[in-house]
Design a protein around this ligand. Structure first.
Ligand code: AMP
Length: 399
C-alpha cells in the first residue's frame, strides 16, 4: 500500500492545511486531561507544518457527543494543553463549520494554528456525509490525516473528505505512518521468536485477532477474563469466572490449531480468585484446578507470572494486547503490572496495542521501555485482525 508522507507534498510557506488529529484524550470528572499521550504523539506532524510556516486548521473528535454541542465534550482542555506543549498561542473555534470557525480560518496567518470544536458536534461527521466533508476540505488545500485512533471508522473527516483531494494533496501524518509500519512489520516480517500476549475480558472481542495471529506467532500467551473460556474448554471448573459458553468450541479449535502449527500456547496456571467482583472481596491464590465453587478468577497468580515471564524471555518480538486481570482494581492489578515488567525486561521489539493495555503500561511505569505504544485501541485490533481500515485505504495513492 502506497501512502504519501507530509514530506511528499509540495507544501510551502503559507500553504493551508487541514490536519485531522486524534485528540480523544481521557478526562477526569473535573475536565482535566489525565493522559495527554495522543496530543504529544501528534506533535511531530504539527511541528513539521509549523516549521514550514503553514496555516494549519486542526480537526478532532472527543468522546461521543450525540451530534450536538455539549460542553462536556468540548476541545477547550485540549487547546490549552496543545498551547502549553508547543509554547505558543493557538486559536480555538466555537464551532466546526459555522461562522466563527470559517472567519477564524480565513484570518489565520502563516505559522498559526486553529483548532476546530469537536467534529462530532456535527451529526454529519459519523455519517460520513459528503457535504460536511466538502466544507471541512475547504479549510485546506492539503489534507493530512494523523488520527490513527479513528482510522477504522468511515467518518467524514477521515473518509469522505479524501474524495476532495488528489494524490498530490493528501497524506498520512507521521504518527499514522508509524502506527501502520509497526503493525505491518510485526505481522509480515517479525524477528523470531514472536510472542503474542493477549488478555482482556472476552474471547469474542479478540477471536478474529487470535485466528489471524496464530499462523504468524511462535508462542501465544492468554490471560485476563478470556482465559477462563479456554480453561473451561479443557474441562476445568472455573466457578463464577467470566466465561462465554457459546465460544467453547471456538476455544477448542484455537488450541487444536495452535498444536497443529506448533505454536506454544500458554494459559494461566494459577489465579487470584475472589468471592465477589469488588475491591473489598475476599481473595486467595489458587491453582486453575482449584477455583472454589462460587468464586471467580480476577487476575493471574504469581506462578503464571513466572511461567509467562520464562516464555517471554527469549522473545525477539512481542505484541501485547489486553490486561491480565481486572487491573482497574488495585487488588487485581498485580498480574498485569508484573507482565508489563516482564515484557519491559526483554530486549526485542515490544509493541503495545489497546487503550487499556497502554494505560496499564503507563501505570506500571514501563512506557519508556516499550518500543511502541499504539494510540488506537479499536484500530490496532482491526489491523491485527487483518482488516483494511477505511481511513487508511482512503489515503492510498492509486496510480
Ligand atoms: P478488553 O476491552 O476486552 O481488552 O478488556 C479489558 C477489560 O477486561 C478490563 O476492563 C478488565 O477489567 C477486564 N478483565 C480482565 N481480566 C478479567 C477477569 N478475569 N474477569 C473480568 N474482567 C476482566
Amino acid at each position: 500500500m502506497k501512502l504519501n508522507s507530509p514530506k511528499d507534498l509540495d507544501i510551502k510557506k503559507g500553504s493551508r492545511i487541514f490536519l485531522r488529529c486524534d485528540f480523544n484524550v481521557p478526562l477526569d470528572e473535573f475536565g482535566n486531561i489525565t493522559d495527554d499521550r495522543r496530543i504529544r504523539m501528534a506533535l511531530p506532524t504539527v511541528k513539521y507544518l509549523l516549521d514550514l510556516e503553514c496555516k494549519i486548521v486542526i480537526g478532532s473528535h472527543l468522546g461521543r457527543p450525540k451530534g450536538e454541542f455539549n460542553e462536556k465534550f468540548s476541545l477547550k482542555p485540549v487547546v490549552k494543553r496543545l498551547s502549553h506543549l508547543l509554547q505558543m498561542d493557538i486559536k480555538m473555534a466555537s464551532d466546526v463549520v459555522g461562522e466563527d470557525a470559517k472567519n477564524k480560518a480565513a484570518s489565520l496567518k502563516e505559522g498559526e494554528i486553529l483548532l476546530l470544536e469537536n467534529l462530532r458536534f456535527d451529526a454529519r461527521e459519523t455519517k460520513d456525509d459528503e457535504t460536511f466533508a466538502k466544507e471541512l476540505s475547504e479549510y485546506g488545500e492539503f489534507y493530512i490525516n494523523d488520527a490513527f485512533g479513528v482510522s477504522h471508522r468511515a467518518h467524514a473527516s477521515v473518509h469522505a473528505i479524501t474524495k476532495f483531494y488528489d494524490n498530490n494533496h493528501k497524506a498520512a501524518g507521521f504518527l499514522l505512518l508509524k502506527e501502520i509500519n509497526f503493525f505491518y512489520k510485526l505481522l509480515k516480517n517479525p524477528v523470531r521468536p514472536f510472542v503474542a500476549v493477549v488478555g482482556g475480558s472476552k474471547v469474542s472481542g479478540k477471536l478474529q485477532a487470535l485466528f489471524n495471529l496464530l499462523p504468524r506467532v511462535d508462542k501465544m500467551i492468554i490471560g485476563g477474563g478470556m482465559a477462563f473460556t479456554f480453561l473451561k474448554a479443557l474441562g476445568y471448573d472455573i466457578g463464577n469466572s467470566l466465561v462465554e459458553d457459546d465460544l467453547i468450541e471456538e476455544a477448542k479449535t484455537i488450541m487444536e490449531e495452535a498444536k497443529k502449527r506448533k505454536v506454544k500456547f500458554y494459559l494461566p496456571v494459577d489465579i487470584v480468585a475472589a468471592d465477589k467482583f469488588s475491591e473489598d472481596s475476599m481473595v486467595k491464590y489458587v491453582t486453575y484446578q482449584e477455583i472454589p465453587e462460587g468464586w471467580m478468577g480476577l487476575d493471574i497468580g504469581p506462578a503464571s507470572v513466572r511461567l509467562f515471564g520464562e516464555a517471554l524471555w527469549d522473545a525477539q518480538t512481542i505484541l501485547w494486547n489486553g490486561p491480565m486481570g481486572v487491573f482497574e482494581m488495585d487488588k487485581f492489578s498485580r498480574g498485569t503490572s508484573k507482565i508489563s515488567h516482564e515484557i519491559a525486561r526483554t530486549h526485542g521489539t515490544k509493541v503495545v496495542g489497546g487503550g487499556d493495555t497502554a494505560d496499564a503500561v503507563a501505570r506500571s511505569g514501563d512506557d519508556d521501555e516499550m518500543t511502541f505504544i499504539s494510540t488506537g485501541g479499536g484500530a490496532s485490533l482491526e489491523l491485527l485482525e487483518g482488516k483494511t481500515l477505511p481511513g487508511i485505504e482512503a489515503l492510498e495513492i492509486k496510480e
